[in-house]
Design a protein around this ligand. Sequence first.
Ligand SMILES: [Zn+2]
Length: 200
Amino acid sequence: MPVIYFSSGFLIAFLFPRLPIILITRGKGFNTAFPAHPEPIPLSPKLTQRVLHMRMIYWMGFVVAIIPLVFGLVSIKWGNSAFGFGLWLSSGWYILSRLQTFVGGQQPPWTLAMAQRLQLAMDEASSETKCCSDPLLTWETMQVSCTTCSKTLDEMPRPDLGRKRVDGFFTGGLRLILSDGYPIISGTSENKSAIDDSEE
Ligand SMILES: [Zn+2]
């Protein structure tokens, strides 16, 4: 029985801080400005804003993780200690892994720098040195490129952007939990078409 309590505590605390990204952003009204997943998204101030929203919701998960952490400690002290330890370990791990960002660890899937790079690409497309006479920039799975002349402007893979996923709520949600919102990158171009099918 302690193993079951521990596992359920662990699982609950694992899912809990990840829920904001899965639940908040998938609503219909939230995504009217964008083409359906997994189509490329045209660059616009709305898209830049979306990256910043995703970034905010990502860090909200960090705050949300404190709830199972506290419940875990309370449960260890006064309730079911196996359940509490599961909660505590899982949310503690989550918080530590997020904190690694500040000591040179992996960057979050959505960053300010990412929004700035999108802005730079848009500036570039309306400048003297633009790629062609009528640039139409979109964010594809692996890069930002111009639809008109197919020039790649920025080799920045696209993370999940909160659109309702083509693979449905449950499969899409599971994929999202496993990838944590990061683009799934395989450096080789051979697998690129496989990624195009499966990833946002
Ligand atoms: Zn162009």
